[in-house]
Design a protein around this ligand. Structure first.
Ligand code: UD2
Ligand code: MN
Length: 390
């Protein structure tokens, strides 16, 4: 039987709980926490279906497309336009990264109506303070590229940047060379615009917080400080992999990236060493902000671990000035201004040079079959741009 005293006790406990609930409700964060848990159980939203224009991003990780204006009529870019504010009012903090199933590039395009041919963007209503090029070394990662574009365009627009996205596609099947592709990307992007910052970006890394601003610091910046694949911790102090940002001046100071790391590994550490050999430091955002999700993947065909990497790394001090931007040689095979990015397909050759197996000269032709002087040789229909400063 319940006594009179314990009845009072139950009543007091009940009232206490009610007070606690009311206090929680009055805290703004409560609502967000509830939404967060709801989102965990919710199916991802089909792309292209929602163009809702949220005014404030969800504190615990909003949709990356929230906050953006989808005004079909951007203002003209006349001189009268004011500079964008120093801190973009569209920045919302943590982003809920999603990989919608069935996403197509056409969906991404329809969600990014203000992106111009070649993957270029300028804020519609103010003059950007920063011009940033994103350079992506690339081969056979269609799915990753699609997800990166889906997340990256709105992410950069929230930062009110003038930006361009360049995909540097290694032609052929020879061993992949990430760092050399970056050198190509640097030179080709700088030919098109006076970018003041270049972000060298793995195709499979998606930023999770838009306070990680894609602008350069006074020292070369390593942006991917906290990645899910390393438990959101920096694996070691000199780590420079994933996403890094340099001004053209920084890039020239370190003589660009090495050209001779073929296959997986080592090139990122070489770049880190170059930064310190050139008398600079590595700057980083806070680990709260420099967070990334890496799309899970296996090692690619044609990108086996480079067994020479440790020997090469031990010699960076001797090699950095004679291998880099001053020696990069390549041939641009095609340049395409696609709706969401500029694609540059490039022949970067092999360790043995740009044309390691030059076709054997044909046997001496009979006089009657000889082409007229100056006529193109049989089969050479493509005009290639050759770049060598050797
Ligand atoms: C790590 C580093 C990366 C680099 C690499 C060693 C992270 C998140 N990244 O990446 O910056 O230092 O180790 O080389 O730790 N790629 C293609 N196609 C290929 C192969 C590579 O597009 O066939 C590109 C793509 O942009 C990819 C990048 O190269 O993200 C790095 O290659 P990875 O993703 O296979 O290497 P991972 O994740 O170990
Ligand atoms: Mn990867």
């Amino acid at each position: 039987m319940v006594s009179f005293q314990s009845k009072w006790l139950y009543l007091l406990i009940f009232l206490g709980i009610q007070l606690l609930v009311m206090a929680l409700l009055s805290l703004g964060g409560y609502q967000e926490r509830v939404t967060y848990f709801i989102r965990i159980f919710r199916k991802p939203e089909a792309p292209g279906l929602s163009n809702r224009n949220h005014s404030v991003a969800n504190i615990t990780g909003g949709d990356v497309y929230a906050n953006l204006s989808h005004s079909p009529k951007p203002h003209s870019h006349g001189d009268a336009m004011p500079y964008c504010p120093k801190t973009s009012p569209l920045i919302g903090g943590p982003i809920h990264v999603s990989f919608p199933s069935g996403l197509t590039l056409a969906d991404v395009q329809s969600k990014n109506t203000l992106v111009l041919r070649g993957g270029r963007y300028r804020p519609p209503d103010c003059k950007a303070r920063h011009r940033t090029a994103i350079i992506i070394p690339y081969r056979h990662r269609e799915l990753h590229l699609k997800f990166l574009l889906y997340n990256m365009h709105p992410f950069l627009q929230r930062q009110q940047l003038n930006y361009g996205i360049y995909v540097i596609h290694q032609a052929g099947d020879y061993t992949f060379n990430r760092a050399k592709l970056m050198n190509v990307g640097f030179r080709e992007a700088m030919k098109e615009e006076d970018w003041d910052c270049l972000f060298f970006h793995d195709v499979d890394l998606i930023p999770e917080d838009d306070r990680n601003t894609y602008i350069c610091d006074s020292n070369p910046k390593h942006a991917a400080i906290a990645m899910d694949k390393f438990g959101y911790k920096l694996p070691y102090k000199m780590y420079f992999g994933g996403v890094s940002a340099l001004t053209p001046l920084h890039y020239h100071k370190i003589n660009g990236f090495p050209n001779n790391y073929w296959g997986w590994g080592g090139e990122d550490d070489d770049i880190g060493v170059r930064v310190s050999l050139a008398g600079m430091f590595i700057s980083r955002p806070s680990s709260k902000v420099g967070r990334y999700k890496m799309i899970k993947h296996k090692r690619d065909k044609g990108n086996d671990v480079n067994p020479k990497r440790f020997n090469m790394l031990a010699k960076t001090r001797q090699t950095w000035k004679r291998d880099g931007m001053n020696t990069v040689d390549y041939e641009v095979i095609s340049r395409m201004y696609l709706p969401l990015y500029t694609n540059i397909t490039v022949n970067i050759g092999t360790e043995a040079g740009l044309h390691p197996n030059p076709p054997k000269p044909p046997p001496p032709a009979k006089a009657a079959e000889k082409p007229a002087a100056g006529a193109p040789a049989k089969g050479s229909t493509k005009l290639k741009e050759n770049h060598s400063e050797k």
